[in-house]
Design a protein around this ligand. Structure first.
Ligand code: SF4
Ligand code: SF4
Length: 334
């Protein structure tokens, strides 16, 4: 347990958590919506500080990040809890439980995680992922500060439901973000995730304005968020607010947790991919057998990177991340 950051004290020993847009007002001995931030005698504590439920070196493409040090590895760590309640959660065993109900986890000091990251071969740094890292904010900050000092990169894989001030502090240490944009209507977010769309859009804009590397993930769920008109509105917003060079991943869904919709047909992904490519340079399909994941130069259409699963072949980029054919700078993080 560790005293939480970002809370205010209220009457009758209540506390208000200011970390995410739920602004939970929490009674003594109770926790917030995320189940892992608890009021003890009028102070807010993180229940998950140092508690690691998953830890492994993954290809950076698995986060997914396709334009950030392609072909390298990243030490990926996760804990317990999430501030959303997605019906279709793919990681519900760790995201939708409290510490008391969770299965196996181990305690690590922040320094131990950084030391481990240094030892992994071909590793660029540390990714905070698997469950929602916002809810173990204090631990993530403590690791990220040390990791940055050690010359490692920090990556946050997030639902984007975080308030601007805590995010602003995180931006000092984070190098890249993979952010879910789960749909593009308020009703989708409210009904299917128990959260709201607007704060996620604000997060994306704040990350972009800070100049951090950003890739957006859209899990396509039949009948829930595959409407072409709404999808096109989302793509237009990404192009206008985040830039045409923003990487968009269209990810296939499979029934999990409380969702019973059928899996996403590949034909749906291909149809939406075609729509997105009218406005964005880089659109990829994930979690599906299709191999439409070649990276082409947006300037001369030379083939730059080939991918088969998580295997990456860099064929058309020079050592500085420029297209060998026309000199277009594609990768600043290479
Ligand atoms: S981080 Fe958790 S406790 Fe804090 S406002 Fe969000 S859901 Fe509530
Ligand atoms: S944000 Fe991610 S981890 Fe949290 S409930 Fe939704 S899908 Fe699960």
């Amino acid at each position: 347990m560790k005293t939480a950051l970002w809370f205010g004290k209220h009457n009758n020993n209540k506390v208000k958590c200011l970390l995410c847009p739920h602004y939970c007002l929490i009674d003594e001995c109770k926790s917030g919506i995320c189940r892992v931030r608890t009021n003890i005698e009028g102070e807010l504590y993180s229940d998950v500080y140092g508690l690691v439920s998953a830890l492994r070196a993954d290809p950076v493409e698995k986060k997914p990040l396709y334009h950030f040090f392609p072909g390298r590895f990243i030490l990926s760590i996760g804990s317990i809890g999430c501030n959303l309640r997605c019906r279709f959660c793919q990681n519900c065993e760790i995201s939708q439980v409290s510490v008391q109900d969770a299965g196996h986890f181990e305690y690590y000091e922040p320094e131990a995680i950084v030391d481990m990251a240094r030892l992994v071969k071909n590793n660029i740094g540390i990714a905070y992922t698997y469950n929602e890292p916002t809810v173990w904010y204090e631990y993530m900050v403590d690791i990220a500060q040390r990791s940055k000092q050690a010359g490692l990169k920090n990556v946050m894989v997030t639902n984007g439901f975080i308030n601007p001030e805590p995010l602003g502090h995180l931006l000092e240490f984070m190098d890249a973000f993979s952010v879910d944009l789960k749909g593009f209507t308020e009703s989708f977010y409210r009904i299917n995730t128990s959260s709201h769309l607007e704060p996620v859009k604000n997060t994306l804009e704040q990350i972009h304005a800070a100049g951090k590397h950003l890739e957006v993930v859209n899990l396509v769920i039949p009948t829930l968020n595959d409407d072409e008109t709404v999808f096109e509105e989302m793509v237009s917003w990404i192009a206008a607010q985040l830039g045409k060079e923003t990487v968009l991943h269209l990810s296939a869904y499979f029934p999990r947790h409380r969702a019973t919709e059928p899996p996403t047909p590949v034909s749906t992904l291909l149809r939406l991919n075609k729509i997105a490519r009218r406005q964005l340079y880089f659109v990829y399909i994930g979690n599906a057998p299709d191999e439409n994941n070649k990276t082409l130069c947006p300037s001369c259409h030379n083939s730059l990177i080939l991918r088969v699963g998580y295997h990456v072949s860099i064929i058309g980029l020079d050592a500085e991340g420029r297209c060998k054919s026309c000199g277009f700078l594609l990768f600043e993080n290479f």
